[in-house]
Design a protein around this ligand. Structure first.
Ligand SMILES: Nc1nc2c(ncn2[C@@H]2O[C@H](COP(=O)(O)OP(=O)(O)OP(=O)(O)O)[C@@H](O)[C@H]2O)c(=O)[nH]1
Length: 360
């Protein structure tokens, strides 16, 4: 079984934020199993302490068993299991295996950090209870002297283990913080993207298009540079929906957006301003260049059919209204002029392109 399969266990059908926490939990479990297995090997192979080695092996297996909870989608129980095993393990280390001089109880510091990271926002009770138990156990271990440890360690050995505990605590803290950071960045990107783009086609949404388009127009106006804009409207799109179904219609729109994006590589911006209407800004495009762009787009739409999931080839045409740089101050005015051109194009017939050029 690949590591990625283990990490994704339980996260498959969950919403993004829940899935992220599950994956983080699985990562932490894998890392903890690794650390615990390392100590097991050290007890068995280096210190030759079989009793402690096998007891520690039991704890290592117990951590790994958390996977089964995830496997059966008992997500909260998987997390509770993990923290319970961890706290019992640390207690056994400082009060049975060795003594508090090993510093194993320092690992309790990871419990509140991990609990607040891994449990859901509404699972406050679990986070607080686990944190309180971990704090209480830390002070219990710190103030209890185990007079009959299973392994009597030398001062040097205790010191080495103590340093390894600090080392692994640091590693876990760095990993947890990095994951936390990554989750926050991912969420920010998602929110940003959701505010700006249309969910179906991933083109700019109407609001953001007008905002960003205005910025482009302002730059062109203040530098006296050419600026064109195309308003497009699919012809008889209703027929595609009626004939193949709304979902295939959706796929057609995605296909169209992909085609539009493939033609835009010079700072153009594509907005979906209504159902089957897209608008494209063409900064630095003269009339001739805008004309070439529109014709190429029209040609590709007609000649590059969309192949649906059930292998049907669907062709269509698109009418366009093109407005070439003029005295407009706002992107809204430009779109409105392009709309007049589009209206003319529709009258001229499916697949037509009409231009309005109005020099300043
Ligand atoms: N599949 C799908 N269809 C959409 C979406 N938004 C709008 N539509 C459909 O687009 C069609 C637009 O129909 P009309 O306004 O009559 O336009 P048309 O059929 O393209 O006709 P003309 O523009 O006059 O050539 C309607 O059937 C809408 O339901 C969408 O997000 N997905």
């Amino acid at each position: 079984m690949s590591i990625f399969k283990i990490i994704n266990t339980g996260a498959e059908f969950q919403p993004f934020n829940v899935a992220n926490k599950i994956k983080t939990n699985n990562w932490i479990t894998v890392i903890t199993v690794f650390i615990s297995a390392t100590y097991t090997l050290m007890y068995l192979l280096i210190l030759k302490e079989n009793v402690v080695g096998f007891l520690n092996l039991g704890f290592t297996i117990a951590y790994a068993l958390g996977y089964l909870f995830m496997r059966f989608n008992a997500i909260k129980n998987a997390k509770l299991w993990f923290f319970s095993v961890l706290m019992l393990h640390l207690w056994a280390c400082t009060n049975i295996f060795v003594t508090k001089l090993s510093g194993f109880h320092l690992f309790y510091f990871l419990v509140p950090v991990g609990a607040f990271l891994l449990f859901e926002l509404h699972q406050q009770k679990e986070k607080v209870i686990l944190s309180l138990i971990a704090t209480a156990l830390f002070f219990y271990c710190e103030n209890t002297i185990n007079t009959t440890p299973l392994i009597l360690l030398s001062h040097e050995a205790n010191n080495t283990i103590y340093q390894s505990v600090v080392f692994f605590t640091m590693i876990e803290l760095v990993v947890i913080s990095a994951m936390f950071n990554q989750q926050i960045s991912h969420h920010e990107a998602l929110i940003n993207n959701r505010d700006k783009t249309d969910k179906l086609t991933n083109c700019l949404n109407r609001n953001y298009f007008f905002e960003a388009g205005q910025e482009q127009l302002d730059i062109a106006n203040s530098n006296n540079r050419p600026f064109s804009l195309i308003l497009t409207n699919l012809d008889n799109f209703k027929r595609i929906n009626d004939k193949y179904g709304y979902l295939v219609g959706d796929d057609y729109l995605i296909h169209l957006a992909t085609l539009l994006k493939s033609l835009c590589n010079k700072g153009e911006m594509i907005g979906r301003i209504s159902g089957e209407e897209f608008v494209i800004t063409l900064p630095e495009y003269t009339r001739l260049e805008a004309e070439k762009f529109a014709q190429k787009l029209s040609y590709q739409i007609e000649n590059m059919p969309f192949i649906s999931a059930d292998k049907q080839a669907i062709s269509n045409t698109m009418s366009m209204g093109v407005v070439v740089h003029n005295s407009c101050e706002t992107i809204g005015e430009l779109v409105s002029i392009a709309d007049t051109a589009l209206y003319q194009a529709k009258i001229m017939g499916a697949g037509s392109i009409d231009f309005i050029e109005q020099m300043a």
